[in-house]
Design a protein around this ligand. Structure first.
Ligand SMILES: [Zn+2]
Length: 279
């Protein structure tokens, strides 16, 4: 190898390895997406993607999902169910202000999808879906429906989708460096499909679930729904089984810990529920 070859190789390595890392580090920031609330959720989050780009991707992914459901005739088929879900959402959304003053003004959307799956989710920026399987198979009460919707809304408030997509972006940067060195090119997926994956398809970590459980019971209580319903809902889901694993059940093992945590935090927010009921 000549000295000139060595030099150009070094430059190529710098370009391939250091530049992506520097770009990634430059855009990396530590944030607290939410205020702690009565339940005291407090954890620094590392983000490599901006809220703006993730929320834009979520809008795109949500449109696609709803268009596909509509094309198959699976969107908002039962007017009574849709009205019920929207009423609960309208009570939960103002309660989000305690955690994020900006959240009540988000472009919230909620739709009901006909599916046997016992599931519900909320994409970053407040784009929600509730599946008929959840409503019908579990014969949920309004309090239980509020519990699952509060949990999903909490994922959006904490921007868990953005955090998860950031973790993936970090991994992709590493994969990208390897691929660049090997000359096999780009392996990145579009951000919209990543956001759809992390919200709808992939399980969140136990830590994310615990945060959403705790914030979820507070949202329900502040909206005047019995926070203890989170425990009964979760038990019903555990018994239902079958189909795709529900987002709300996505972090086995340790179910007894989760039941205990939900019971504990539901008890803590009971005064908020009592106060909301008096209003
Ligand atoms: Zn969850």
């Amino acid at each position: 190898m000549s000295r000139a070859d060595g030099y150009s190789l070094k430059r190529a390595v710098v370009a391939a390895v250091l530049v992506p890392i520097m770009l990634a580090l430059a855009s990396c920031q530590t944030v607290q997406t939410t205020k702690t609330g009565a339940v005291g959720v407090d954890r620094q989050q590392t983000m490599m993607l901006s809220s703006a780009e993730v929320n834009k991707a979520a809008v795109q992914a949500y449109r696609q999902t709803m268009q596909q459901a509509a094309k198959k005739g699976l969107l908002n088929r039962n007017a009574a169910q849709v009205a019920r879900v929207k009423t609960i959402a309208q009570r939960l959304i103002p309660a989000t202000a305690v955690f994020r003053p900006d959240a009540p003004k988000w472009a919230w959307e909620v739709n009901v999808i006909t599916s046997k799956d016992v599931n519900a989710w909320c994409m970053p920026g407040g784009k929600m879906a509730v599946y008929t399987g959840l409503i019908e198979q579990l014969k949920v009460t309004d309090d239980e429906l509020a519990a699952v919707m509060g949990h999903e809304i909490a994922h959006a408030l904490r921007e868990h989708g953005r955090e998860r997509a950031s973790q993936q972006a970090a991994q992709n940067t590493v994969i990208g460096i390897g691929a660049a060195l090997l000359g096999v090119g780009d392996v990145g997926a579009s951000l919209a499909s990543v956001v759809a994956d992390v919200t709808v398809g992939l399980p969140y970590s136990r830590e994310f679930e615990r945060e959403s459980d705790r914030i979820g019971v507070e949202l329900a209580a502040r909206a005047g729904y019995d926070p203890r319903a989170a425990v009964t809902l979760w038990q019903k889901m555990g018994k239902a089984g079958g189909g795709a694993p529900p987002e709300f059940l996505s972090t086995h093992p340790a179910p007894e810990n989760r039941a205990r945590d939900l019971t504990d935090y539901a008890a803590r927010v009971m005064p908020l529920y009592e106060a909301a009921r008096k209003r």
